[in-house]
Design a protein around this ligand. Structure first.
Ligand SMILES: Cc1ncc(COP(=O)(O)O)c(C=O)c1O
Length: 352
């Protein structure tokens, strides 16, 4: 349409995964949510939020949340920039750092929203392919050689589940002249994280979310962690009150309940192992994953028909409509019951 900038007319909108209106009996394994409810302490804060303070604006920096992140992750609280989900941080970074003539670099396949934001900014987009032959490992030297003004590395990466060793991330940060965004949306389920890099690399921002490890996707809370000088530039493009009073208070309570968090993560990792074994036994190639999901190459190569067949059996999984992923599904790790339902549904499919 004539109202829009050329790059907006030309780009494709981000397509979110399906969110059914009524969950009913559905095992929802398509958008990497957490199968368990949020922390009871967080829910208590939510239920208790009945006072009149909602007539006031929230703290613009979501101070409660900054303090909770600082305490729980052992970082200074002024190194924390809260967001309306971690996608809000991706938007702020793109607004602050990308423009025509600037370059954004990321591997593929990965979280498509980096590309969306690059396209909105009309920046130059450089995609570095990862390959099945290399187990979808991220070719760090090729990423560095692409010399992005902004480089996004998701670790663990979605949809592949591949994590990047913190030493390799450190090497990338050292070699890159531009900003390195390490998206740790799935770090709760991984063996390692890159927090230590922040002490010595002033071009790194780490993104975290409460959507996955803390079962709060519906609340919309995420945050970036970086040195305050770097955050200052990102902060300029933040919407004024980007985190509401309720998400800030409930998110802080969830973060502080590490015992509950750790138990949910333990159960998810247990079911991830079970799902992996069971799907391998059903002739799938299951790629090693450090996230709360598995990427699976299906036996007959037709992932779309399996996705549709499972949907008919009330099991939602994610099929990506692109040629590189035609024989693959991404399946979120569910509770034991949900994994049972997935496997029963799978066994009732008439696979060639
Ligand atoms: C790699 C990655 N980063 C960021 C996000 C955004 O998470 P949220 O905006 O819910 O914090 C997602 C969501 O699926 C993701 O997969």
């Amino acid at each position: 349409m004539k109202f829009f900038r050329d790059n907006i007319n030309e780009m494709q909108a981000y397509i979110p995964g399906e969110q059914p209106a009524n969950l009913g009996q559905i095992a929802k394994l398509n958008t990497n949510e957490n199968p368990y409810p949020p922390s009871p302490r967080a829910l208590e804060v939510l239920r208790g939020y009945t006072d009149g303070n909602l007539r006031l604006y929230p703290d613009a920096m979501a101070r409660d949340l900054q303090l909770a992140v600082g305490d729980v992750l052992g970082v200074p609280s002024d190194w924390v920039l809260p967001g309306d989900g971690s996608d809000d941080l991706i938007i702020m970074i793109a607004r602050s750092c990308l423009a025509p003539g600037r370059r954004v670099v990321f591997p593929t396949p990965t979280f498509p929203y980096y590309k969306t934001q690059g396209q909105i900014a009309a920046a130059e987009i450089v995609e570095i392919p990862t390959s099945e032959a290399e187990d979808f490992r991220i070719p760090i030297d090729a990423v560095i050689a692409a010399a992005g003004d902004v480089t996004f590395l998701s670790s663990p990466n979605s949809p592949t589940g591949v994590a990047i060793d913190p030493d390799r991330l450190d090497y990338a940060a050292e070699k890159l002249d531009g900003l390195l965004v390490i998206d740790e949306a799935y770090a709760d389920f991984a063996d390692a994280n890159a927090l230590k890099l922040l002490e010595k690399r002033n071009n790194v921002i780490i993104l975290r979310t409460l959507s996955k490890g803390y079962s709060l996707a519906g609340l919309r809370v995420g945050f970036g962690i970086a040195n305050p000088q770097l955050l200052e530039g990102v902060l300029k493009t933040k919407s004024i009150y980007n985190v509401g009073a309720i998400p800030a208070a409930v998110g802080a309570a969830a973060l502080r309940d590490q015992t509950y968090h750790d138990e949910c993560v333990r159960k998810i990792i247990e079911q991830r192992g079970r799902m992996s074994q069971e799907l391998s036994a059903r002739s799938c190639k299951v790629w090693a994953s450090q996230g709360n999901f598995l990427m699976v190459t299906v036996p007959d190569g037709n992932a779309k028909s399996i996705c549709d067949g499972l949907k008919d059996r009330d099991v939602l999984v994610r099929y990506f409509n692109n040629p590189a992923m035609a024989d693959k599904l991404r399946i979120s790790v569910g509770s034991k019951c949900e994994v049972d339902k997935l496997l029963a549904g799978w066994d009732s499919l008439e696979l060639k």
